[in-house]
Design a protein around this ligand. Structure first.
Ligand code: NI
Length: 265
């Protein structure tokens, strides 16, 4: 069975409290060797660390999601910085901009995004980036971060990942040149998915896969709560689109995740 990594999950959320053991058991059964639990605010970042301490295959990312940007205080950045000393913290995220739902004012999102990028650089951690309806703004902020003062854009070590990437081929190439990986989630399994072209063209050594569970449940379970075991459907679909065995997709995406997050796989 191919070894998989689910590079983006929210299994710290309460709706897994009842059966989290079984959820992770099923993930193991599906070949998922590592699961990155991604924080959305201070509480969920702490939750991610708790799970990482409890389950050997869980790793934590810490950060304030753009939806929660308005509640981020400078003192929270201090807390994140302290929490990041935990050995299983592998990234800062998820951070970014969401100009679709605008749950925090746009200028506040931009401010929180930039501060957390600076934090990631200080801590020498990669970033997990959320972008919705803000392609231009995210590109310009990440370009400045990647190539600006102290930046290492184009470096051999990846700088981070654009999670649930929804841009076109040209944008994907720009991010790859800067040193980012791109991640594909469950919507790739939906009819006429926007991500089809990307899944087809992106070099396999720049690709990650994820569930973003509990959201974005792939076919055939669309409509139900998502979970890490379903990342296998994403790998399978990408293999189908590219005309390669699932095992080839698994091998590359697992190696890429291991490199980005420095996972001991
Ligand atoms: Ni997410």
């Amino acid at each position: 069975m191919p070894v998989l990594v689910d590079s983006h999950t929210h299994i710290d959320m309460r709706l897994y409290n009842r059966d989290r053991d079984q959820v992770l058991e099923r993930a193991r059964g599906a070949g998922v060797a590592a699961v990155v639990d991604v924080g959305c605010d201070l509480d969920s970042s702490r939750g991610a660390i708790r799970l990482a301490a409890q389950y050997s295959e869980v790793f934590a990312a810490l950060g304030f999601h753009p939806h929660s940007a308005a509640k981020m205080r400078d003192s929270d950045l201090e807390r994140l910085s302290e929490l990041a000393q935990h050995p299983k913290v592998v990234a800062i995220g998820e951070i970014g901009l969401d100009f679709y739902r605008n749950l925090s004012p746009r200028e506040v999102q931009v401010e929180a995004f930039k501060k957390q990028l600076a934090l990631a650089r200080r801590l020498r951690l990669p970033v997990i980036v959320h972008c919705r309806d803000a392609q231009e703004e995210v590109l310009s902020i990440l370009t400045e971060w990647a190539y600006g003062a102290g930046g290492v854009g184009g470096a051999k070590e990846p700088l981070g990942v654009l999670h649930c990437f929804s841009g076109d081929r040209e944008l994907s190439q720009r991010y790859i040149e800067m040193g980012f990986l791109l991640s594909i989630a469950g919507p790739i399994t939906y009819p006429s998915s926007h991500a089809m072209e990307i899944a087809h063209h992106i070099p396999l050594d720049k690709l990650l896969i994820e569930t973003d569970c509990p959201f974005l449940t792939p076919q055939p379970y669309r409509g139900k709560r998502n979970e890490p075991s379903n990342v296998s459907f994403v790998a399978e679909k990408i293999g189908e689109i590219r005309g390669v065995p699932t095992a080839v997709v698994a091998e590359h995406t697992t190696a890429n995740a291991a490199q980005l997050f420095r996972l001991p796989l």
